[in-house]
Design a protein around this ligand. Structure first.
Ligand SMILES: O=C(O)c1ccc[n+]([C@@H]2O[C@H](COP(=O)([O-])O)[C@@H](O)[C@H]2O)c1
Ligand SMILES: Cc1cc2nc[nH]c2cc1C
Length: 368
């Protein structure tokens, strides 16, 4: 499933982008007055291969949850069980992602791709396929996809976090979730993640794919103290020294120093890009997965929209490497898909302009 998906990812459509640029120049506003929304609308036209591109609705958030063997190195103060407990909270509708999804009219699909401890949910509610996306304004209740590849990764300072087969399985789960959400009607996918300790592999992935130093890309995650932060940088450095991952081999990088949710997020991005549906990226975990997706298929970047600039320094390094400017910068560092959800109206607005705004000609407004 991975290889055909990568092969299906193509460059943006130049004719549709030219049409969108031309239309932007004829709408009743000074050219450039919508700032970053204008190039975004052009890119989304190029992705859809038509101008105007479809409105990005309904929106579907996929929250991938996983645990991390590197938790044993003391890189986060939170117990590992919080990952499973937060999955329960997502399914009960009580997390920030649920509040923001209700506000945005987005559905929430929670994917257990590698949680280590028991989920506080009724096993009868587990299963595929992903439920269809609800119409805008009527989000379905959160759904769980049970797709656990293994009960957390291995400790990357001791051995590879995943086997190559496990990394591939997680990427393919992301591709499958993208396909099912799009088949269910989603017009845009939003990335979400949950995994105690997952900012450590995210930093390692960013360093591996960009060549940046671990000290430059490692952040304080959930808010770690100075001693934990110093340990975290050392852990990222030790893992990279041990495995020397090759950035030209994304599956190898994901297996060596990644996480199951990071790999699945890479797959979600690839799946969206192959279907030419935009994917709105959340924080540092999402952008580290996006780096892997870009290493598999450089044209996948055309489908990516950077929702926000996470406070984690690795996010800024990754976005620079991808050539993406985040839409909002609010100092968020929660994950779950919260930053992407807040950015969603900006993306919709960028496209809506191409659908609804009059031209100078049609409105009888004089040009300069
Ligand atoms: O999205 C982000 O950029 C982000 C930044 C810091 C923390 N997080 C969330 O916090 C958890 C990981 O933090 P930590 O300190 O345990 O590595 C995980 O559940 C992430 O979703 C997320
Ligand atoms: C409470 C809590 C909620 C989260 N949501 C995403 N990551 C998280 C980490 C913690 C600790």
């Amino acid at each position: 499933m991975l290889e055909p998906t990568v092969a299906a990812i193509r460059p943006l459509d130049e004719a549709a982008m030219a049409a969108a640029r031309d239309l932007q120049g004829r709408l009743t506003k000074p050219v450039g007055s919508l700032g970053a929304l204008e190039p975004l609308s052009v890119r989304l036209a190029g992705l859809a291969g038509t101008c105007p591109p479809p409105l990005p609705e309904p929106a579907a958030v996929a929250v991938f949850a996983g645990d991390h063997g590197v938790h044993a190195q003391g890189v986060t103060p939170w117990p590992q069980e919080v990952t499973a407990q937060m999955v329960g909270n997502f399914l009960a509708g009580g997390a920030v992602v649920n509040a923001f999804a209700r506000q945005a009219g987005a559905s929430v699909t929670v994917v257990d791709v590698g949680v280590a401890t028991a989920l506080p949910v009724d096993p009868a509610s587990l299963g595929l396929p992903v439920d269809p996306v609800a119409p805008v304004g009527l989000p379905a209740g959160p759904r769980l996809v049970a797709a656990n590849v293994r009960a957390g990764t291995r400790d990357m300072t001791v051995t590879a976090a995943l086997t190559s087969d496990e990394a591939r399985a997680a990427v393919e789960i992301g591709i499958r979730v993208a396909g099912e959400l799009i088949d269910g009607g989603a017009g845009i996918l939003l990335t979400g993640d949950m995994g105690i300790g997952n900012t450590t592999p995210a930093a390692a992935l960013v360093a591996a794919f960009t060549g940046a130093d671990p000290a430059e890309v490692t952040g304080r995650g959930t808010g770690v103290d100075d001693a934990t932060y110093a340990r975290k940088v050392a852990v990222v450095r030790a893992a990279l020294d041990r495995h020397a991952p090759d950035p030209a081999d994304p599956l190898g990088v994901l297996a060596a120093v990644g996480g199951l949710e990071h790999a699945a997020l890479a797959g979600l991005v690839l799946g969206a890009a192959a279907r030419r549906v935009p994917v709105l990226l959340d924080g540092v975990i999402a952008v580290s997965g996006a780096l892997a997706a870009a290493a598999f298929a450089p044209d996948a970047v055309g489908a990516m929209v950077a929702g926000h600039r996470s406070a984690e320094p690795g996010a800024t390094v990754a976005l620079r490497h991808l050539g993406l400017d985040p839409l909002i910068d609010l100092g968020l560092r929660l994950g779950e898909g919260t930053g992407a959800l807040l950015a969603l109206p900006v993306v919709t607005g960028a496209v809506r302009v191409l659908h609804e705004v009059a031209t100078f000609d049609s409105a009888g407004v004089a040009e300069k």
